[in-house]
Design a protein around this ligand. Structure first.
Ligand SMILES: [Zn+2]
Length: 415
């Protein structure tokens, strides 16, 4: 792979051994659409390792053996690429970038990133805004990135909006980040200007420790994407930008509660399609409504009924993405058996007792936060959430294994 930057415009050319269908770090196959993209509103000058990591967030899935940058990178960065991916990177010749002093929030506006932002009230936001690519048709015009950027602007926080078309480098499965880390491309290129030493993401317990999302649903202490000692964590650190997961130890029930209690609650928006408010009918709205209803201990409020196409997923047996939150919702939403989730209940013995671990913070998630920002997270989690007991932490550490803890008593089961 050969990459070059012209300002914020990235062009990459595949070497003979590279392939247009590759795999992201989560194992998901991704197909290349086009070899150019632009990150707007970033400085022309930044440390070469920042340009290198930003490029790698886009080209990693399709690179097989080597990557050649248009400017010399540090030996530390080349070593991180070699250790993490077996990739030969060069040319080498720059001094490493020292870590900056500040932490920024990679801010989407969803409940998880709002919760992360609440922990660090002084932290600036960097918001990735999807814009169209001049050479790829936009088949997802219902994605309202303009609405999300406007909401980010209403938070009152120091904000950098980074418009980019990099998601259109992906032909399949759909426009999106080639690697999850591509959301950080703009923050990386701004890291010198903002004096960043860390970048906080809203990835929560499910994504960090339970193998949520697109990959395996099992305990993942060595998560290659988000563990500080994983390939991506070491790569970011080699460029002086630590990956920080302020809410990595808590479930989406906790991030939902924190977001709804936050000063930013009026700007929270997880729906990507609604204009004046959440659409209420997309898959994300439905899933988050289950969590919100559980947190607020009220009946489910959704227009989707069991015969709606959106409900089809819930007529199939598990596993589901975010399954721990499904169990949490089943155990807590009054009258859930009379909703489209009624059929799902047969697959679980979820009780309040069996899901209370999801109300607390998994302590190793705090320990892995880089030192400058750890104390604040520890104090917040201790006072606002509460730490998991050893027994609760075992629920995390046996997640997805047949030999997990004995099933809890069914005496409080929701019937
Ligand atoms: Zn929606």
């Amino acid at each position: 792979m050969r990459v070059s930057w012209d300002g914020g415009r990235l062009t990459f050319r595949l070497d003979p051994e590279d392939e247009i269908t590759g795999r992201a770090a989560d194992g998901h196959p991704v197909k290349l659409a086009i070899n150019t993209c632009t990150v707007h509103d970033v400085p022309d000058e930044a440390h070469p390792d920042l340009f290198a990591v930003a490029a790698w967030t886009v080209v990693a899935p399709w690179t097989r053996r080597r990557i050649t940058f248009d400017r010399a990178v540090s030996a530390d960065l080349a070593a991180a690429l070699h250790d993490g991916w077996g990739i030969e990177a060069g040319p080498v010749g720059a001094e490493p970038r020292p870590a900056g002093r500040r932490l920024a929030i990679s801010y989407s506006g969803g409940a998880d990133s709002v919760a992360a932002a609440t922990i660090y009230p002084e932290a600036p936001f960097v918001h990735f805004k999807r814009v169209s690519h001049d050479r790829v048709p936009n088949r997802w015009p219902h994605y309202r990135s303009d609405v999300l950027a406007d909401l980010a602007g209403k938070t009152g926080r120091e904000l950098s909006v980074v418009p980019s078309d990099l998601e259109f480098t992906l032909a399949e499965p759909r426009p999106g980040y080639p690697e999850h880390h591509a959301v950080a491309a703009g923050a990386l290129l701004l890291a010198d200007r903002l004096d960043l030493g860390g970048l906080a993401f809203g990835y929560e317990l499910g994504s960090r420790w339970l193998g949520g999302g697109r990959y395996l649903k099992r305990y993942t202490p060595d998560n290659p994407m988000w563990a500080p000692h994983g390939a991506w964590g070491r790569l970011f650190a080699s460029a002086g930008v630590h990956i920080v997961l302020p809410v990595g130890g808590v479930s989406e029930a906790v991030t939902m509660r924190l977001a709804l209690e936050s000063d930013l609650k009026d700007q929270v928006r997880w729906c990507l399609t609604g204009a004046t408010g959440p659409c209420r009918t997309c898959a994300k709205c439905l899933y988050k409504e289950l969590i919100q209803a559980a947190v607020e201990r009220r009946p489910l409020d959704t227009p989707i009924t069991a015969d709606h196409p959106r409900a089809a997923k819930w007529l199939r047996p598990p596993p589901y993405g975010g399954q721990e939150m499904v169990e949490y919702g089943l155990a807590r939403v009054p009258g859930i058996e009379r909703t489209l989730f009624g059929g799902v209940m047969h697959h679980f013995d979820a009780t309040e007792e069996s899901t209370t671990w999801l109300d607390h913070c998994y302590p190793p998630a705090i320990e892995e936060i880089a030192a400058p920002w750890r104390g604040r997270a520890a104090a917040f989690m201790t006072s606002e959430v509460g730490l998991m007991t050893r027994e609760e932490a075992l629920r995390v550490e046996t997640w997805g294994t047949a030999g997990g803890p004995a099933p809890p008593s069914r005496k409080n089961a929701v019937k």
